[in-house]
Design a protein around this ligand. Structure first.
Ligand code: ZN
Length: 286
């Protein structure tokens, strides 16, 4: 993560204040093992009430906390950008998202990298006014539908009525043209993509409460978030994300068609076979 960055002896004209030794950064490696985005933590999480909010948690007299002084966080984000990294900025609360957006805007102004594909990881609570900013800066929202399923009852209670529909959005991101990417955050929750795809469509908690029903998306949009959009978010669209001639044959064979079963059953579809680079691995699940 970003605390590994340190001052390097780059040429002054390169404008790289901090980096990893040898200039290692996003993209180094091969199909099996590679260096991804640089994760930068700006706040904590909802469970611990440490996600940084712009107004207090419902029933509590505090607004969570940032991981560091906002200026220091912003400098790390800007330096990571200048050193050529793709950034995956962990921001769960809307105040943390403000810090991320301000810093990413400054970074892109200092040195425009139109195809950097920086991401906000989690984007757990995004206010309506923040949506056009994400879109304008070309930032992807990498969300965890599992959080809504397993912790959503608690999250909705501590956000209150007005903010609960802004939790782990789907529809609003797509409507604003913000790339929507599905993720598990494993091992924090279950890692099954099929189950998460189901939750992205349903937005139903374990108690049966539907959180922000207007944020529900279609099955095809959820499948896209876990395939094509995921590949694009990692700069892997030339080799992964879809079954296309010329790409790697990394795929699963499902026991049923997600488009034909009832939405509530998608997570239970059996994985009959798993192929990596065209070879069957013997991994099955269901
Ligand atoms: Zn995180």
């Amino acid at each position: 993560s970003a605390d590994r960055l340190r001052p390097v002896g780059a040429h002054e004209a390169d404008g790289i204040p901090r980096a990893l030794d040898l200039g290692l950064r996003t993209g180094f490696g091969d199909d099996r093992l590679s260096v991804g985005a640089l994760k930068i933590y700006t706040d904590g999480g909802m469970m611990a009430r440490t996600a940084a909010l712009s107004s207090p948690y419902e029933g509590l007299d505090h607004t969570g906390e940032l991981q560091d002084d906002p200026q220091a966080l912003a400098d790390t984000i800007v330096d990571g950008h200048l050193a050529g990294w793709q950034l995956a900025v962990h921001a769960i609360g809307d105040r943390a998202a403000d810090v991320a957006l301000d810093a990413l805007e400054r970074a892109q102004r200092l040195r425009p990298r139109p195809d950097a594909r920086h991401r906000i990881e989690h984007a757990g609570l995004i206010r309506p006014d923040q949506l056009p900013r994400l879109a304008r800066l070309g930032i992807s929202a990498v969300v965890q539908p599992n959080f809504l399923r397993y912790f959503g009852d608690d999250y909705a209670a501590i956000m209150g009525e007005e903010r609960a529909p802004w939790l782990y959005r789907g529809r609003a991101f797509l409507d604003h043209g913000i790339p929507l990417v599905g993720s598990s955050d494993r091992p924090v929750t279950d890692g099954s993509p099929l189950r998460a795809i189901q939750f992205m469509v349903e937005r139903t908690t374990e108690s049966g409460q539907v959180i922000g029903p207007d944020e529900g998306i279609t099955l095809d949009e959820a499948l896209r978030a876990y395939t094509v959009a995921g590949a694009v978010a990692c700069h892997w669209e030339d080799s992964l994300g879809s079954l296309t001639p010329g790409k790697l044959a990394d795929l699963v064979v499902l026991g049923d068609d997600p488009r034909r079963v009832d939405t509530s059953r998608i997570g239970d579809i059996e994985v009959v076979a798993t192929y990596v680079d065209g070879r069957e691995t013997g991994i099955r699940a269901g």
